[in-house]
Write a protein that binds this ligand. Structure first.
Ligand code: SF4
Ligand code: FES
Length: 239
């Protein structure tokens, strides 16, 4: 265990934990958009900046990446942090001015409008969808492509990805609802910022409801070595 101070609270934490996770576990709020416990930290949004003092030096770090250390002193709301966070929030608001989550968070941080040039994106390039696809589903159907202002989430070569199993994990994890999916009749429709795909849903042998993408079920059967008929029935109709 290491001892540290966050906002003048003396805390103990497991070695290797990040400042962000220790703050969260102790009900200390740090704004964040690209952090999710299901995937490894990535440090994309920079909203989680905190100020640390260690060995007489002070600096700003991304709390979701920075591991705690003995004697660390952390401030989550100094004037320097607030100013930096406001600037980051203004940039995000300029990138996605019509996104409700961004608007709400900006308001919460005291930002009414942005002084940067307005764009019209929904995606903040946090890569949570890409990381969930790679690390949780183990599929790699999407990635961040291109550089600079052309950076975006896309399937390889902008083609509907054969690898995608239609599980919708990317939509569930997206913090700003930039990915949507909907099941209508026997089809699941997934819409990413730059593309869309359709997936045939499996029909339950007992109740007749369409309940999950056939590709996703085939993937689970293969990966877990289940019997080919393991998903003939939906969860409600299984013994
Ligand atoms: S689509 Fe959503 S989860 Fe994916 S990078 Fe953009 S904002 Fe993040
Ligand atoms: S939550 Fe730390 S950089 Fe986004």
């Amino acid at each position: 265990m290491v001892r540290l101070t966050i906002d003048e609270r003396e805390l103990q934490a497991e070695e290797g934990a990040t400042i962000f996770s220790v703050a969260r576990d102790n009900n200390i709020y740090i704004p964040a958009l690209c952090s999710n416990e299901a995937v490894a930290p990535y440090g994309a949004c920079r909203l989680c900046l905190v100020e640390i003092s260690s060995n007489g030096r002070r600096k700003l770090v991304a709390s979701c990446l920075y591991p705690v250390e003995e004697g660390l002193v952390v401030k989550t709301n100094s004037e320097r942090i607030v100013n930096n966070r406001r600037m980051i929030m203004e940039l995000l608001l300029a990138r996605c001015p019509n996104n409700k989550t961004i608007q709400d968070l900006a308001r919460q941080l005291g930002i009414g409008e942005t002084s940067f040039k307005l764009e019209d994106n929904q995606c903040i390039l946090c890569a949570l969808c890409v990381r969930a696809c790679q690390e949780v589903v183990d599929v790699n159907a999407i990635s961040l492509v291109n550089r600079g202002i052309n950076r975006e989430v896309a399937a390889p070569f902008y083609e509907p990805s054969d690898a995608c199993i239609g599980c919708g994990s990317c939509a569930y994890i997206c913090p700003v609802d930039a990915i949507n999916f909907e099941d209508i009749g026997d089809t699941r429709y997934i819409k990413w910022p730059t593309s869309s795909m359709e997936f045939k849903l499996k029909k339950c042998k007992t109740c007749g409801n369409y309940w999950a993408p056939e590709k996703q079920l085939d993937y689970i059967i293969k990966k877990s070595n289940l019997a080919p008929n393991a998903f003939d029935n939906c969860p409600d109709c299984r013994d």
